[in-house]
Design a protein around this ligand. Structure first.
Ligand code: IMP
Ligand code: MG
Length: 222
């Protein structure tokens, strides 16, 4: 297991697995029929995912415009403050346009619900949501992601842009920091591995099911 900052990391999704999933997601997004597409990366956590996904979108034949919005709900720790703050806004007018929000994790859904509602309030024609990770069972807001990379266990993950106190963003994989207790006992580790195996099966199943589904659910009908 890799060591970073003197801590042991348990890899949940390797760089190769993420790259393969990004290609699949790009194909899915290209097939979803977005027009005049503006991609909005929700900073900070999504910056690595967004950078890879937009290049995969190019490979899939799309030519989106790309913007950034900076929202904050987590403070410096690992629990949500429950409030979303607009730290830096996009510059583009979204009226009449299709917007694809890209974020790292959908957990309570507060961040993405805030961004989606803001775009719809400003007159976006359609707002899609692409996320790298979904933590199931934690939603506090009515929001469904249209394009999901992986369904992840309920663990605090880092890497691939995601941080704890701004550290670990540089990791090319998604992982969890092992605690001294889990490393000593080794118990949680096997439980984590089992849960990850289960979650991967679940993700494959949900991808199979989603194939027949409409590409988005957040469109505001005219
Ligand atoms: P939500 O508003 O509760 O859905 O929280 C989403 C945001 O919280 C994500 O965009 C992340 O930036 C952050 N977040 C949630 N879970 C984690 C985690 O496990 N690791 C790192 N950041 C997280
Ligand atoms: Mg985020």
């Amino acid at each position: 297991m890799p060591k970073v900052r003197g801590r042991t990391l348990r890899v949940l999704y390797s760089a190769d697995e993420i790259a393969a999933r990004n290609l699949a997601l790009a194909g899915e997004i290209a097939a979803a029929g977005y027009t005049d597409l503006l991609v909005v990366s929700v900073l900070k956590g999504s910056f690595v995912f967004a950078a890879d996904l937009i290049r995969a979108l190019h490979g899939a034949g799309l030519a989106p415009e790309v913007e950034f919005i900076s929202l904050s709900s987590y403070q410096a720790g690992t629990t949500s403050s429950g409030k979303v703050k607009l730290v830096r806004d996009i510059e583009s007018d979204v009226r009449g346009r299709d917007v694809l929000l890209i974020d790292d994790i959908l957990e309570s859904g507060r961040t993405l619900a805030f961004a989606r509602d803001l775009m719809l309030k400003r007159g976006a024609r359609r707002v899609g949501v692409a996320i790298l990770l979904e933590k199931p069972g934690k939603l506090a807001q009515e929001i469904k992601a249209d394009h999901v990379g992986f369904i992840v266990p309920d663990l605090f993950v880092v890497g691939y842009g995601m941080d704890v106190g701004h550290a670990f963003r540089e990791l090319p994989y998604v992982g969890v920091v092992e605690t001294a207790k889990t490393a000593r006992a080794g118990v949680r580790g096997s439980r984590v591995r089992k849960r990850v195996a289960w979650v991967r099966r679940d993700a494959a199943e949900s991808r199979r099911k989603s194939r027949g589904r409409a590409g988005y659910r957040s469109r505001r009908e005219p």
